[in-house]
Design a binder for this molecule. Structure first.
Ligand SMILES: Cc1ncc(COP(=O)(O)O)c(C=O)c1O
Length: 286
């Protein structure tokens, strides 16, 4: 079998045939180098090089790379530290209320669903789960749970246990017919299968970075459809949440009118820079 990438870009691949990217992938070497360089510069120079402008614009490359990956615009992309963190902030932003329901499956990865369970403890919304068997859930069983009280349909694009892939366009059509949002965890698909987020009609799509995107722990991305960018009030907020992050005043909070309203604080910024390199690499490979 011919390799579609240069094995030199994944030096550890010489050691074995690595088949565990659904857990933790081998990292693209360009990402590893970028992260180490960034951490070294920060450790040795502090804010001499990583100044206010650098911090304000630090996610720029990852916004652009993820936008290319999902066929979206940079302003449709938010960066976070993990898929779980982004889904949690989103779940509190949507906060499905009493007498509404959230539809998912009982075979989904726990982090995809727990944020909604947590919000449900607070709001008493109903959680409806299609029952899976042997790590497989019938997509029609998911669709049948959707009704006019459904606020959110939340699925993992590819299920982590059995690898089944949902037809997002079909799911989005049914969700939207009932005025529900389709929220997709693409952590097990992004980088492995093409995703055109606007074309498949998802409202929100989140992916961690350390699986099929061949990036590090510590960075994740979220696509937020334009119609939500002036609507949702993120569950997590901090100094970075204000539209001009360096205009530090604690007595008011005006959020950006882009997906970037979900970016709220400092993080392991080098990981975001590294993930940008990995995604650029994968998009170039095609
Ligand atoms: C579908 C899915 N979502 C989320 C996660 C966890 O993502 P993170 O570690 O970025 O929170 C995993 C990890 O296995 C996963 O398979």
């Amino acid at each position: 079998m011919d390799s579609i990438v240069d094995p030199k870009d994944f030096p550890a691949s010489h050691k074995c045939t690595y088949l565990n990217a659904a857990n933790v992938a081998l990292m693209y070497q360009g990402a590893e180098k970028a992260i180490i360089e960034w951490e070294k510069d920060l450790a040795e120079n502090g804010s001499i090089n990583f100044d206010e402008t650098a911090e304000a614009t630090v996610f720029g490359d990852l916004h652009s790379a993820a936008a290319r990956l999902f066929n979206a615009r940079p302003e449709d992309i938010a960066v976070g530290s993990s898929a779980t963190e982004l889904i949690s902030s989103l779940a509190w932003a949507v906060a499905p209320g009493f007498e509404t329901n959230v539809v998912s499956t009982d075979i989904v990865f726990p982090s995809t669903l727990y944020p909604w369970l947590r919000v449900a403890r607070h709001t008493n919304c109903e959680i409806r789960l299609a029952k899976g068997q042997n790590s497989y859930a019938n997509p029609d069983d998911v669709i049948q749970l959707i009704d006019n009280r459904t606020a959110v349909v939340c699925v993992s694009h590819v299920e982590y246990g059995g690898g089944q892939r949902y037809d997002l366009l079909k799911m989005a059509d049914v969700a939207h017919d009932h005025d529900a949002l389709l929220v997709v965890d693409a952590t097990q698909s992004a980088g492995a299968v093409p995703i055109d987020a606007p074309a498949c009609g998802v409202d929100v799509l989140v992916s961690g970075g350390y699986k099929w995107l061949c990036g590090p722990f510590g960075a994740a991305v979220m696509y937020l459809a334009p119609h939500l960018q002036n609507e949702l009030d993120p569950g997590l907020v901090g100094f970075r949440s204000h539209k001009d992050m360096w205009d530090l005043q604690a007595d008011r909070l005006e959020l950006p009118t882009t997906a970037q309203r979900f970016e709220y604080s400092t993080m392991a910024y080098g990981c975001a820079i590294g993930l940008a390199r990995s995604i650029e690499y994968l998009v170039d490979v095609g």
